[in-house]
Design a protein around this ligand. Structure first.
Ligand SMILES: Cc1cc2nc3c(=O)[nH]c(=O)nc-3n(C[C@H](O)[C@H](O)[C@H](O)COP(=O)(O)O)c2cc1C
Length: 340
């Protein structure tokens, strides 16, 4: 089932879904399933931090793509921030292995854009407002990932029904992919209706056998409701969405006065932010190993609509079927029926 948009054409995929990059969750098996399903699979380079590991994964994915008749594609998410000590190294590996697609988050994407464009790769930038999008546009990015309210991870402050059209108004020719709160085909159609040419979906794809996390986390995604999602500063220093587990409640959601002071003081902020990110990463890492008491599970509000753990191929087929059914349903509406 094909659905052609500017994004599918640019990224060489059949259906306009990006399986969103997820720290500690995304892995090679997920990328292969995404490619087999005709969508774009993305993973954060930081999921592979041991010597030689990242290079190996890219070799495997390039080989898989070449040897199998895949209808999808894969891409890498780079955290382009000073607090990412592996950025320079990982970018060079990506260029050497000719990664076809990039998503940049947090800092300036200038270097990624310049290097990726040298061999024709595409770069989309995570943005949460028009001002940040303008900076990425001026640097020559190929598209935006509009990260809105309710998204898993570092959610944006604005509703996607407003953020997507505001980006299209300012940059009419730029492809926009919406990120946040979609777990059904109806949700995909709603994003296409406000102007997106693709949808980036994270949380729904945690509840699949391929994901590299424990069953307790996957079951928590199925069991949680949107009221159970809270924001915390405790993981990376930047507000991040998590399931409100007893441990999350115990450690609180806000940095204390000393942490706040250290993360804003000119002399200490760089090192303190690194420390917070490192501590947060360790806490998350612990939570994806066999379940213990101290669990911190990252997820977005779309948990509300997730009822089952399913293989990626099946999740994606469901998305496709629901999308076409919804489009057909809307086509059948006459103005009278809508008003009735
Ligand atoms: C568990 C988890 C980890 C994430 N890790 C990252 C990451 O490493 N880099 C990034 O750019 N976005 C990350 N995100 C955000 C996703 O890429 C995407 O924007 C988001 O999941 C879309 O919203 P949804 O979860 O409501 O579908 C993460 C999201 C989740 C749920």
């Amino acid at each position: 089932m094909k659905l052609t948009t500017k994004v599918t054409e640019l990224l060489d995929i059949e259906f306009p879904i990006i399986m969103a990059p997820m720290f500690l969750v995304s892995n090679e098996a997920m990328m292969r399933s995404a490619m087999d399903s005709g969508i774009m699979g993305c993973f954060p380079s930081l999921n592979y931090r041991n010597e030689g590991e990242f290079e190996g994964i890219l070799d495997n994915l390039n080989k898989y793509k070449k040897e199998n008749n895949v209808t999808g594609n894969y891409g890498v998410n780079l955290i382009v921030q000073k607090s990412n000590p592996l950025f320079v190294k990982h970018l060079q590996v990506c260029i050497d292995k000719k990664v076809p697609f990039y998503i940049t988050s947090l800092g300036s994407p200038a270097e990624v854009i310049e290097k990726a464009h040298s061999y024709g790769a595409k770069v989309f930038c995570d943005v949460t407002n028009v001002e940040h999008a303008q900076k990425c546009y001026d640097l020559g990015c190929d598209g935006f990932i509009a990260v809105g309210q309710g998204a898993g991870g570092h959610a944006g402050p604005f509703p996607l029904q407003l953020l997507v059209p505001s980006l299209k108004k300012q940059f009419p020719n730029m492809p926009v992919v919406s990120a946040g709160s979609v777990a059904t085909g109806e949700g995909i159609v709603s994003m296409l209706a406000v102007g997106a040419e693709g949808v980036s979906i994270g949380t729904r794809y945690i509840a699949c056998p391929e994901a590299g996390v424990n069953d307790a986390y996957k079951n928590a995604i199925v069991d949680a409701k949107m009221k159970d999602i809270v924001m915390t500063d405790k993981i990376s220093g930047t507000p991040c969405t998590i399931i409100n587990t007893p441990y999350a409640k115990k450690i609180g959601y806000k940095q204390n006065w000393l942490e706040k002071k250290l993360s804003t003081n000119k002399r200490t902020k760089k090192y303190f932010k690194l420390l917070i990110a490192f501590r947060g990463m360790k806490r998350l890492e612990k939570s994806i190993k066999p379940a213990g008491y101290d669990t911190l599970w990252c997820a977005g509000q779309s948990v509300e609509m997730i009822d089952e753990i399913m293989p990626i191929k099946q999740i994606t087929e469901k998305f496709k079927t629901e999308t076409f059914e919804t489009l057909a349903k809307l086509k059948r509406f006459s103005a009278k029926e809508v008003l009735a």
